[in-house]
Every structure is written in structure tokens, then in C-alpha cells.
Design a protein around this ligand. Structure first.
Ligand code: F6P
Length: 319
């Protein structure tokens, strides 16, 4: 392969820039050219494609967001969209693509691979919900941001003897909620993988109150929803002054942590080595402390279970 492309797709995640940098510089080290495709698959369809050299990716390893912009492309799900994308690959001489994103982005990578443009996926999402990989780019930074925010909320909850119900990101996955919940000593943690009910949360709060606790943090993953409703119910049934906070997109920004920069660099590098050998339809993953890769079909079929035992640890250590 002489020329590869790189794109970011789906929700942005801190560390995506570090992955772009690794892709570009590894490719250059191996004697290849690199094209940056802007706004994910939308930019591929529209021909928003630029040349990248080693200096184009200087000073981005430390920056959140993605210098290539990102999008979720509805058009790429149509045969016309895919045809236009392939046409542009030919026009710009793109022989393979490193795709940084989540499951949806990998499905797109599979479409292109099946049509003669080998693609390699690099897991990038704060949610950590890519089954083939123990770790996804952005996850560590997002957790640390949520942690810092909740530590701040805790100061005010403590001062007012309040209960704070805090929603963290994760529409389908409770990884952020579970770990951040443990790290802030939450009285309860609600995740979409397990059915929860307000009465159980309330009885945990009352139990902790009976043990002398005067302020309470409840961490709720976005997929569970309705933090306002839960806060009201807690207030109505316990009489404890309760506030709800949705942390939202603050968790997607900011400078990536060491872990995110290092993993992004390793995975970006590994993806290019595959493309260099002409290998596509793979997803680079971090498994058991090693960088490995899987066939995209297998990767998309895999199931990853949240560590339910951690919830027990959380419960036994928060009282
Ligand atoms: O997948 C990453 C994520 O941040 C989820 O946690 C969240 O549910 C979703 O993206 C939000 O998407 P958007 O930025 O389109 O609102």
C-alpha cells in the first residue's frame, strides 16, 4: 500500500488526536502517504480529503476532540453513499483506511473492506463498549473528568447535608458509572445492564443515614435515565434535600490522560502495520495487556460483560 486514509467517526473521544498522529507518523515511517478524511464517512462521500504530513499532526497528542472532525453519517448506510465513498477512495488514491470510532464505525469499515478498500478499526469511544477490546480510547479521560466533577459536587453536597444524583455518560453501557461510582464512594450506582428501582436506592440511602452518613452520592449511567425523577422521589420519600446533575458533554472534552495517549498511540501504530501488509477488515484491540487484532465480523459478534462483582465491592464499601 502506498497511500492510506485516516478518519474519525461517531462521538469524539479524548485521545483520538493521539491516534491520528500515530497513524500518520507510522505510515510515514513505513514510506506511505496519508490522507486525512474529514467528518468521518460523510467527508469520504463529499471528498473532504486533505494531505497530512508529519508536521500536520504536531501538537495534537495533548488535545481533546479530533482535528479531523467527526460525524455520524446516515448517507453512508445507503448504497449511493457507499458508492460515492469508494469513488473518492479511487480519485484520491486511498488504498486502505484507519477508522477510529465505535461499533457503528466498524460496520462502515466492514462495508468498505468488502468492496475492496481494506480498513482497520481502532476503538475510540468514551463508553468502553467495544466488545473485542478491554479498553477504548477516551474512556480513562472521561472517567477522570467525571471523577473531578463529582468530587466538586461532593463538597457542596457535604456542606448542605444533601443527596446528589449524578448522571454520567453511557447510553448503553455502565462502565463509566461503575468505576467512577466506586472511585467517589457512591452510596449507590445504577447501570443500564441491571434493572434498578428507586425503592432499593432509597433503602440504601436510609441504611447509610442510620449509620450516620449525612450526604449521599448516587451515580447513574445515562442509559438508566430520569435522574430528575429519581432525585424527586428520593426527596419526597426520605425528606433529604436532593439535587440532580447531568454531567453531559463535559466528559467528552479535555486533554487526554497518559493512558489514553499511550493506548491511542499503540493502537494507531498497530493499525498501520496491518494496512502496510495489505491486511484489512480487522479491529485492533487491547486485550489482556496486549495489542491484538480481530476480524471485524468476529469483533462485532463478541460480547463483553461488565464486571458485576465490582458493584458488590461498591456496596460493601459504601455505608
Ligand atoms: O458514545 C459516546 C457518547 O458520549 C455516549 O456516552 C452518549 O450517549 C452519546 O455519545 C451522546 O451522543 P451525542 O454527542 O450525539 O449527543
Amino acid at each position: 500500500m502506498k497511500t492510506i486514509g485516516v478518519l474519525t467517526s461517531g462521538g469524539d473521544a479524548p485521545g483520538m488526536n493521539a491516534a491520528i498522529r500515530a497513524v500518520v507518523r507510522t505510515a510515514i515511517s513505513l514510506g506511505m502517504n496519508v490522507k486525512g478524511i474529514k467528518r468521518g464517512y460523510s467527508g469520504l462521500i463529499d471528498g473532504e480529503i486533505i494531505d497530512l504530513d508529519a508536521r500536520s499532526v504536531a501538537d495534537i497528542i495533548n488535545r481533546g476532540g479530533t482535528m479531523l472532525y467527526t460525524a455520524r453519517s446516515g448517507r453512508f448506510k445507503t448504497s449511493e453513499g457507499i458508492a460515492a465513498a469508494i469513488e473518492n477512495c479511487k480519485k484520491f488514491g486511498i488504498e486502505g483506511i484507519a477508522v477510529i470510532g465505535g461499533d457503528g464505525s466498524f460496520r462502515g469499515a466492514r462495508e468498505l473492506s468488502n468492496r475492496g478498500i481494506p480498513c482497520v478499526g481502532i476503538p475510540g469511544t468514551i463508553d468502553n463498549d467495544i466488545s473485542s477490546s478491554d479498553y477504548t480510547i477516551g474512556y480513562d479521560t472521561a472517567m477522570n473528568t467525571a471523577l473531578e466533577m463529582i468530587d466538586r459536587i461532593r463538597d457542596t453536597a457535604q456542606s448542605h447535608d444533601r443527596c446528589s444524583v449524578i448522571e454520567v455518560m453511557g447510553r448503553h453501557a455502565g462502565y463509566i458509572a461503575e468505576n467512577v461510582g466506586i472511585a467517589v464512594g457512591a452510596t449507590d450506582i445504577l447501570i443500564p445492564e441491571i434493572e434498578s428501582n428507586a425503592d432499593e436506592v432509597i433503602s440504601r440511602i436510609l441504611e447509610a443515614k442510620a449509620n450516620g452518613k449525612q450526604h449521599f452520592i448516587i451515580v447513574v449511567a445515562e442509559g438508566v435515565g430520569n435522574v430528575e425523577g429519581l432525585a424527586k422521589e428520593i426527596m419526597d420519600k426520605t425528606g433529604i434535600d436532593t439535587r440532580a446533575t447531568i454531567l453531559g458533554h463535559v466528559q467528552r472534552g479535555g486533554n487526554p490522560t497518559v493512558l489514553d495517549r499511550v493506548r491511542a498511540t499503540q493502537m494507531g501504530n498497530a493499525a498501520v502495520h496491518l494496512l502496510y501488509k495489505g491486511i484489512g477488515n480487522r479491529v485492533v484491540s487491547y486485550k489482556g495487556s496486549k495489542i491484538v487484532d480481530f476480524d471485524i465480523n468476529d469483533a462485532l459478534e463478541m460480547k463483553k460483560e461488565i464486571a458485576f462483582d465490582k458493584l458488590t465491592v461498591a456496596r460493601e464499601t459504601s455505608m
